[in-house]
Ligand binder design. Structure first.
Ligand code: ADP
Ligand code: MG
Ligand code: MG
Length: 212
């Protein structure tokens, strides 16, 4: 439950934790279709650690996200753990020093641009290879478009999250070319990518928290 004194990052990640916990088994099932089945477990471990770190070190949104990213990567393990860790930490780094306490939609869109660039640098995925990137990139572009159209942070994020949900569903038609699932690619046909699915769940929960 949220408390009045909680920071925005803490509230957003706590909302994400509830949704990911409720989806842990489903994410594991999706990951077991063509890979090792640990994505749900990794996600709950990662977000739990991220929430704890954001509470401990969350003097500002940027420091909270930096701490959350490091904690997520350490606790979650796996390919997605390192990748989510970079996304969180680099979003924090992008916000840092930009506008004090005021994170506008434009600041956030710029920070997400930087975070996605770092994510691609680490994972080397390309669009269409059936990874998280196939939800993340449409999300990034939608957030940018919303910011340019003058949307506020909750509006911009919620619209981008809707785009991520559709994009994650659409990964069912793709064949995995990166990560563990690439070896048994055919099996994954008709099932959405686990990482794209967790990303869509996560940003949807964050959008709801931002709107409160
Ligand atoms: P692991 O494959 O190490 O068990 P997870 O099961 O937690 O890790 O995460 C699997 C997800 O990670 C995939 O569904 C995919 O979205 C994402 N992923 C794996 N490798 C990459 C990569 N190189 N770039 C982007 N995303 C990746
Ligand atoms: Mg796995
Ligand atoms: Mg694994």
């Amino acid at each position: 439950e949220t408390e009045p004194g909680q920071g925005i990052v803490d509230r957003a990640l706590t909302a994400a934790l509830h949704v990911i916990e409720a989806s842990e088994a489903e994410l594991g099932r999706l990951d077991a279709v063509a890979a090792d089945g640990d994505h749900g477990l990794g996600m709950t471990r990662g977000i739990r650690a991220a929430v704890a770190a954001a509470r401990r070190d969350g003097d500002s949104p940027s420091t909270a996200l930096l701490a959350a990213g490091t904690a997520f990567a350490d606790a979650a393990g796996g390919a997605s753990g390192a990748l989510y860790g970079v996304l969180l930490a680099e979003t924090g780094a992008g916000i840092q020093g930009r506008s004090g306490d005021e994170v506008t939609a434009e600041v956030l869109a710029d920070a997400v641009d930087g975070a996605v660039a770092a994510f691609v640098e680490l994972g080397k995925a390309e669009p269409g290879e059936k990874t998280m990137l196939d939800a993340i990139e449409p999300f990034r572009l939608a957030l940018r478009a919303q910011a340019e159209a003058g949307a506020d942070v909750p509006q911009a994020w919620q619209k981008a999250a809707q785009v991520a949900v559709s994009a994650a569903e659409a990964t069912a038609d793709l064949l995995p070319a990166k990560g563990r699932a690439a070896r048994l690619a055919q099996r994954s046909k008709g099932h959405p990518d686990p990482g794209a699915t967790s990303f869509a769940l996560l940003v949807t929960a964050v959008g709801q928290a931002l709107g409160k």
